[in-house]
Ligand binder design. Structure first.
Ligand code: NOJ
Length: 542
């Protein structure tokens, strides 16, 4: 039954413990702090938390360099604190998804230490080695401009090891059955502790055969995804895999599986990039193409939609011209750009206006899939471009107007709190916005509630509605006997559109955000007005 698939209509909130709430005042967020804020998240209306890596780590890549997959970094608390958190979340009906970072480990992981200790060590083949420096040693870097190579010489064992990401993140060799078995163990461990699934980091790279890393027969082991999925489902029937795979639309089926037997959900990076293109140009045609290109997926599969995440806004799938257009509008200065493909800013400062921010979120929540929001975006937090690389968008959550934004009582937070300008914690914080009826926080709470009242989006079918305006995106959802009609105007001027009764599905349609109804005129048409950057959600009244 489609309705059994909880992830089809979930609302996911992504957060990093490190910068969310610090209870012991050492400057780093922790499980106790997060537990104290669960009521806030519950009241916001979300039902799933995606928790960034919290395992022991040297922390050179925001925790994505794990040195022990079976623990909790002491900065965040203990394993006991993790279990208390899961318990409290479950009581509130909140599911927890955690990162599964198994493309690589930290170079400080015991496995890598053993593997490098000698060429015949039992762990040697858990990583990818080459005696000679491969010809493509400086190709395929994920962080161009910062990362220098993908093969680095290990001084201890005098061979080269492969690392798709930074040199302190050696790739695991997933061709090796022992490694796969260990990955199962990791999944099994966290599932036993009550999580609802995994956000799988760097999926295409996990699937890369170690041969292809040596520049031979580029090959991805798609069957491995099915193997992972099978294991997951045996251990926990309703657990899910949410994949990070920034791939072209025609490749996505391989990840979902022809019959949906692969990964359950994937972030729709393609639509994300064309959303920003539409926001930058008011031309919705390329976005419509991107939506159509990613439409045909198995029934149990699902896209996860997002605006910003903890990384740069990756525009690598746009054409050079399109990318430059988005850069010019949202990240015109060099220091706002990163890795030759992206923008390292948060959403609100990029868009700059409340109306366009609302438009962007309303759109994202209306797209065919599961919405994922990033901590702090519900209050319109800003960024700090003085921090390096992606840390610009990883500043502490702004809870109050008190010192350090109420994130910590300690003197030195892990990243500085934004304390200057329009986005400073004194102006942008949860406490003030809770009290202000028209705040972004209260608006976002209503949006989440509305999304939850529209199961058509997760379960139903959709089509694009012709509007006669390239600046307007019209989408129509049907599910059982419900019809949902949603319009978004990307233009900064108001527009009117005429909707035939046949398309609307009824002679009366009710606006879900206000108590306005539209009734067809004598010619059998609805006339809908959209304000500048306006958006309207209607349901056909039978
Ligand atoms: C993708 C994560 O989103 C990013 O933050 C990280 O640096 C890389 N994977 C490596 O784990």
């Amino acid at each position: 039954m489609l309705e059994d698939l909880w992830y089809k209509n979930a609302v996911i909130y992504s957060l990093d413990l490190e910068t969310f709430m610090d209870a012991n005042n050492d400057g780093t967020g922790d499980f106790e702090g997060l537990c104290n804020r669960l009521d806030y998240l519950h009241a916001l209306g979300l039902d799933t938390i995606w928790l960034a890596p919290f395992q022991p780590t040297p922390n050179r890549d925001n925790g994505y360099d794990i040195s022990d997959f079976y623990g909790v970094d002491p900065r965040h608390g203990s394993s006991g604190d993790f279990v208390s958190f899961i318990h409290k979340a479950r009581k509130l009906g909140i599911k927890v998804i955690i990162d599964l970072v198994v493309n690589h480990t930290s170079d400080q992981h015991r496995w890598f230490q053993e593997a490098r200790s000698s060429k015949d060590n039992a762990k040697r083949d858990w990583y990818v080695w080459s005696e000679e420096r491969p010809a493509d040693w400086n190709k395929g870097m994920v962080f161009p401009g910062v990362q220098k190579a993908t093969w680095t010489r290990d001084k201890e064992s005098k061979e080269y090891y492969f690392h798709r990401f930074y040199e302190f993140q050696p790739d695991l060799n997933t061709d090796n059955p022992e490694v796969r078995e260990e990955i199962n163990k990791i999944m099994g461990y966290w599932l036993e502790l009550g999580i609802a699934g995994f956000r799988v980091d760097a999926v295409p790279f996990i699937l890369e055969s170690s041969n292809s890393k040596k520049g031979e027969n580029p090959k991805l082991h798609f069957e491995y995804l099915k193997e992972m999925r099978k294991f997951l489902q045996w251990r926990k029937g309703d657990a899910v895999l949410l994949g990070e795979a920034n791939v072209l639309p025609n490749e996505s089926k391989k990840y979902f599986g022809e019959e949906g037997e692969g990964i359950h959900l994937m972030f729709n990076f393609f639509v994300n990039q064309y959303t920003f293109y539409a926001l930058a140009t008011a031309d919705t045609r390329p976005l419509i193409k991107a939506l159509e290109a990613t439409k045909d997926i198995p029934g149990s599969s699902q896209w996860a939609h997002f605006l910003r995440n903890h990384d740069e806004l990756d525009l690598g799938r746009l054409t050079e011209e399109e990318r430059q257009t988005v850069f010019a509008r949202f990240g015109p200065e060099k220091h706002m750009q990163l890795y030759e493909r992206g923008i390292r800013r948060r959403l609100s400062p990029m868009l700059g206006s409340r109306q366009q921010t609302e438009l962007a979120y309303s759109l994202m929540f209306s797209l065919p899939g599961t919405p994922v929001i990033r901590y702090g975006d519900e209050i319109g937090m800003g960024d700090n471009l003085e921090l390096e690389e992606r840390d610009s968008v990883r500043t502490p959550m702004q809870w109050t107007g008190e010192k350090q934004g109420g994130f910590t009582k300690g003197e030195t937070p892990i990243h500085p709190v934004v304390d200057e300008g329009y986005y400073s914690y004194e102006h942008v914080n949860v406490e003030d916005q809770r009290r202000e009826p028209g705040s972004l926080l209260n608006w976002m709470t209503s949006l989440i509630r509305m999304r939850k009242e529209c199961p058509e989006i997760g379960y139903g079918n959709w089509e694009i509605m012709e509007t006669g305006h390239t600046e307007i995106l019209g989408m129509r959802y049907t599910w059982k006997n419900k019809i949902l009609l949603i319009w978004h105007n990307f233009q900064e001027k108001s527009l009117e559109l005429v909707v035939p009764e046949k398309m609307a599905g009824a002679s009366r349609i009710a606006d879900l955000m206000s108590n306005i109804e539209s009734i067809v005129d004598e010619k059998g048409r609805h006339t809908i007005t959209l304000e500048a950057y306006g958006y309207r959600w209607f349901r056909a009244v039978p």
